[in-house]
Design a binder for this molecule. Structure first.
Ligand SMILES: [Zn+2]
Ligand SMILES: [Zn+2]
Length: 254
């Protein structure tokens, strides 16, 4: 059997998060769909603002038709993977097509950046009778390829200093350390890491309970509890990505 590095990573790391085999297959398809979307977004015109020498990715999600395209792609993929949840997923698509007061994706993607998840998401879920967690998770899955494509384009054209505890491109928090780099949970940029916790600057990491996959470790900070994955380098780990939100989405749908 031939495995590419994305399959390798998903089949290695996803079972440790308690996903079923069907959930793991769906997770792989979701990421493949996101990568195809990311490739499609390359060269698209996205308006991006730079603030304090960092990309304001929040602004990149505004006013682009790509978000609704990606959201449709993702929802259709999920309907295929989780036919028993087709009703809830189709309701998301139907709410966007309403002639009177449709879901405003621009506003909702923007609300994802608010600390409490945004009253806008609560209101939209109530008004359209949607599952709020499903609405938020599918929107995040749809917008992430755009953020990743925007960060890649930025790094091709500009040469920002790659330092700090937060992502030097978008200020996102790291979710993993891969060899000597942090990986950004928002845009997947890699930049040189230190040993200390990016959240509290503590330096005591503990292994999380449960199975630890080969070539990877699940850790948490002894100071603040921040979860952190640790991955090996090399070709087999070329397609590492933040498993947190997609794993939650698969669990919601399973
Ligand atoms: Zn970033
Ligand atoms: Zn910490």
């Amino acid at each position: 059997m031939h495995f590419d590095s994305l399959e390798f990573f998903v089949y290695l790391a996803a079972p440790c998060h308690g996903l079923t085999p069907a959930g793991i297959r769906a997770l792989l398809k979701l990421r493949q769909t996101q990568l195809a979307a990311r490739a499609g977004a390359t060269g698209a015109l996205v308006r991006v603002e730079v603030r304090n020498e960092r990309l304001d990715l929040r602004s990149a999600g505004r006013g682009t038709p790509l978000i609704s395209d990606f959201h449709s792609l993702i929802c259709l993929q999920l309907i295929e993977s989780f036919p028993a949840r087709a009703g809830d997923l189709r309701a998301l698509l139907a709410a966007r097509r309403k002639s009177k007061g449709p879901l405003d994706l621009d506003e909702l993607v923007d609300a994802l950046w608010d600390k409490d998840g945004g009253a806008a998401l609560d209101d939209a879920a109530r008004k359209h009778r949607l599952s709020r967690p499903l609405l938020a998770a599918t929107l995040w899955a749809a917008v992430k390829p755009l953020y990743e494509a925007t960060a890649l384009a930025y790094l091709r054209h500009l040469d920002p200093p790659l330092v700090g505890a937060q992502c030097p491109v978008c200020s996102g928090a790291p979710y993993a350390r891969q060899v000597d780099d942090w990986l950004c949970s928002v845009c997947e940029t890699a930049w040189p890491a230190s040993r200390v916790c990016p959240a509290c600057a503590g330096d005591h990491w503990h292994e999380a309970e449960g199975i630890q996959p080969q070539g990877a470790r699940r850790l948490y900070c002894g100071g603040c509890g921040k979860a952190m994955a640790e991955y090996e380098g090399g070709d087999a780990f070329n397609d590492v990505f933040d498993l947190g939100p997609p794993v939650e989405l698969m669990k919601q749908l399973s």
